[in-house]
Structures are given as structure tokens and as C-alpha cells.
Design a protein around this ligand. Structure first.
Ligand SMILES: *Cc1c(COP(=O)(O)O)cnc(C)c1O
Length: 432
């Protein structure tokens, strides 16, 4: 949009990065922003408009980070900005229920009917943590089953790695997580229904919940194998455990009703975040009416939040969801397909072996042969090749997620021209 900055001018961005590095661990307030896995200095983003973002040196990029998911209508959409401005004039958090919470809550329930009742939180982390507290409180059981590479926020019990072998209790995935806490989570490979069955057999009547990203999107995009989600539904019900879909990314992304609508599987509890806050801090969890009655003050499971249901968040979320009609999902699908086809032909022309996994507007270019169906297979991608590709794209004004294992997020603002621009850049970058 603007000419590239004068390469000899002192970079405002590099001085900001230096100040940030002095202030914040890694120079960032969330680790992946540090660009460590692509071996480049991070960008400092000063503004976004539509499908583009501008760095502190006034360079514009076509953006595929998409705020890590929320920016489905593009950055600073005028209707979302207006809604937030109007809400702000009425004051920010007032400390009581506001009409805006009811409006967004009803819009979510209309789209995701399994969320018969729900609660708003301020982050996806809190929502996932609270959903599992509820599952434990409602079932009177302690263990939780999750999948390798599934990300459910950074609460202690969910920051775990698989121990060796199936049905082993997990090890802490971060320093500072007590071993006893990690041991309450059991990790199974994605798409491994036999593994899930083995865990239920090994721990009869002890599993409170199975939590899953119905489309894994934090190890690159891994779609559910045919029958996997249906199988989880069946096995958890048969064993008295609750099925929790973490739809923080997939909610309002892979379909208006999320992955549960796309694949036709109804979970007991659902976790949302990202898109439903329209770019503001948000999380939500909800599900069966009888289960939600366990939450305080109706029931004994405690969960609270000073800024939960924040009016500016509610306004941004409601304005965003209002833009997501059937035509929007058709457009996202079409743009995703066009980008996928273009990238595949660009890779082919460069003689580069890649596998492009895509579910709607979520996409990953894996630098490996064959679309991975497990975390181990995804991990076997050539990260150094991705890092070179990332750098070559960045140099041409295309900002990809700074990790092989983060999804590209396509928005309604990514039009055909931007896709063509991306594919043209990829033709060169795949040769790098
Ligand atoms: C981002 C994410 C979370 C955590 O949400 P935060 O708002 O970052 O706390 C949880 N689950 C999934 C699937 C996510 O992608």
C-alpha cells in the first residue's frame, strides 16, 4: 500500500524491539510473537486494516496471522469499530450484567445450540480451565484425557506432554507445573480412537472429560479422521465421561456453528474464544443445561471474573458475528480453496514437496510429504525449510505465522487479488 521504507533510514522498529526486549521476556507478551522458530527479528505491528497490517517502520504486509484467529472479518472492520465506539461511550465495565452480554450470548446459542447455557470469561485459557473444573465437579471424577499437540490454554493441568506409551499419566510440559497436577491429565495421540479406548479401560470410572480441538489447529492444521469425533462421542458417553470440544479456534471459523456443526457431533461442553470477542479479550464455555447448573451461584463449582462479559468485548463480538452469514462462509471456503490450489501449483513449479492441509479458512503448508494425521507426523516437517519460506515471504510483504505449527488464518478481507499476490510471492519463496 505504501512504498517500502528507505532501507538506510534508522529503523524505528528495531529500537522498539530493543526496548521491548528489555521490558518483556523475549520482548513479547506471548511467546510465539518472538519469531524464535523462524530465526528472524520479530515485527512490531502498529496497525491493521482489512487483510493487511503495518509495522512500526510503515511497511505493510498481507496478514495471515489474523491475530491468531479472531480477525475473521479483517482488521478494524468499520462496523466492529463503530460498535465498540458506541459501547465505549456508555462506560466500560460497570460491574453488573449488561444488555450486551445477553445479546452476544443469545447469538452464540443460536449458532451453537449445544451451548444451552454459557458463561463468558476473559480468555480461552480461563474458559477451558473452567469447563474442566465443571466436568470434574459434575462427574465427581479427577482425570482428564487430552490429545498430543492439543492446545487448551496455559493452565497448569493442560500444559502437559505425553508420557511414554499409551495410558501413561502426563509429565509437566512447563517448568512450574507440579507433577501431581500434570498427572491428572492423560495424553493420547490425535485421531487414535483405540488409544482412547485403552485409557478408559486402564482408568475405569476415573475420567471426567475428554477435551479435544475438533480440528487440531495448534500443531498446524490436522483434520479429524473420519469417525474420530463420532467415536469420541460414543466412547465418552459409554464410560460416563463428558465430551468437551475446545472450539476456541474452530468456533465460527470452520462453520457458523463451529466444528460441531461441520462434523455433526454434539459435545456436552464447548469452549469458545478468539472470534466471539471480535479481537477483544474473551473466552466462553457452555453446554448442557443440567451441567451448567453446577456453576456458582446455582451450584458448587466456582468460577468468576471481574471483567467477564466486558461491554466492549460483547459489542465487538456481536458486531463480528453479525457479519458472518452463509455467504461469508462460502466466501471463506472459496478463498481458502483458491489459496490452497495456488500454493500447491507454486510449490510444484518450484519442485518443492509440501503437503497443504486445509479446513475452510484454516490452512497449513507442511514442509513434508503427505498430509499429517498425527502430531508426530506433523512434527516430522522440515522446520528449517519453513523458516526459509517464511523469511522469503516476509521479504515480499507477506506475513505468515512465524512457526511451521501455527495455522494460516484467512479472513473475509482476503480477496482474489491478495490471494494472487500471495501465490506470486510463494512461487519465488518456494525456490528459496
Ligand atoms: C488460543 C487457544 C486457547 C487459549 O485462548 P487464550 O485466549 O489465548 O487464553 C485455547 N484453546 C485453543 C484451541 C486455542 O487456540
Amino acid at each position: 500500500m505504501t512504498a517500502p521504507a528507505d532501507p538506510h533510514a534508522p529503523s524505528r522498529q528495531s529500537s522498539l524491539i530493543a526496548r521491548a526486549e528489555d521490558l518483556f521476556p523475549g520482548g513479547v507478551n506471548s511467546p510465539v510473537r518472538a519469531f524464535r522458530s523462524v530465526g528472524r527479528p520479530p515485527v512490531v505491528l502498529a496497525a491493521g486494516a482489512g487483510a493487511r497490517v503495518r509495522d512500526a517502520d510503515d511497511r505493510w504486509y498481507v496478514d495471515y496471522i489474523g491475530a491468531w484467529g479472531p480477525a475473521i472479518v479483517g482488521h478494524a472492520h468499520p462496523l466492529v469499530v463503530d460498535a465498540v465506539r458506541t459501547a465505549a461511550l456508555g462506560g466500560f465495565a460497570l460491574g453488573a450484567t449488561s444488555p450486551s452480554e445477553i445479546i452476544l450470548g443469545e447469538a452464540i446459542r443460536a449458532a451453537v445450540p449445544s451451548m444451552e447455557r454459557l458463561r463468558f470469561t476473559s480468555s480461552g485459557t480461563e474458559a477451558a480451565m473452567s469447563a474442566l473444573r465443571l466436568a470434574r465437579g459434575a462427574t465427581g471424577r479427577d482425570l482428564v484425557l487430552k490429545f498430543a499437540g492439543g492446545y487448551h490454554g496455559h493452565s497448569d493441568g493442560l500444559l502437559v506432554e505425553a508420557g511414554s506409551g499409551l495410558a501413561t499419566l502426563a509429565l509437566p510440559g512447563s517448568a512450574g507445573v507440579p507433577a501431581q497436577v500434570a498427572a491428572a491429565t492423560i495424553v493420547v495421540p490425535i485421531n487414535d480412537l483405540d488409544g482412547v479406548q485403552a485409557v478408559f479401560k486402564a482408568h475405569p470410572d476415573r475420567i471426567a472429560a475428554v477435551i479435544v480441538e475438533p480440528v487440531a489447529a495448534n500443531v498446524g492444521v490436522i483434520a479429524p479422521a473420519p469417525g474420530f469425533l463420532e467415536g469420541l462421542r460414543e466412547v465418552s458417553a459409554a464410560n460416563g465421561a463428558l465430551l468437551v470440544f475446545d472450539e476456541v479456534i474452530t468456533g465460527f471459523r470452520v462453520a457458523h456453528g463451529g466444528a460441531q456443526a461441520r462434523y455433526g457431533v454434539r459435545p456436552d461442553l464447548t469452549v469458545l474464544g478468539k472470534i466471539v470477542g471480535g479481537g477483544m479479550p474473551v473466552g466462553a464455555y457452555g453446554g448442557r443445561r443440567d451441567l451448567m447448573a453446577h456453576i456458582a451461584p446455582e451450584g458448587p463449582v466456582y468460577q468468576a471474573g471481574t471483567l467477564s462479559g466486558h461491554p466492549l468485548t460483547m459489542a465487538a463480538g456481536a458486531a463480528t458475528l453479525a457479519l458472518l452469514d452463509d455467504a461469508a462462509y462460502e466466501a471463506l471456503e472459496a478463498t481458502g480453496a483458491e489459496l490452497e490450489v495456488g500454493l500447491r501449483s507454486a510449490a510444484g513449479a518450484a519442485g518443492r514437496t509440501v503437503a497443504i492441509a486445509r479446513v475452510g479458512s484454516l490452512l497449513t503448508v507442511f514442509f513434508r510429504d503427505g498430509i499429517p494425521t498425527s502430531t508426530d507426523a506433523a512434527m516430522a516437517s522440515d522446520r528449517a525449510a519453513y523458516a526459509r519460506f517464511f523469511g522469503a515471504m516476509l521479504d515480499q510483504g507477506i506475513l505468515l505465522p512465524p512457526s511451521q505449527f501455527e495455522a494460516w488464518f484467512i479472513s473475509l478481507a482476503h480477496d482474489r487479488e491478495l490471494v494472487a499476490e500471495t501465490v506470486a510471492a510463494a512461487r519465488k519463496a518456494f525456490r528459496a
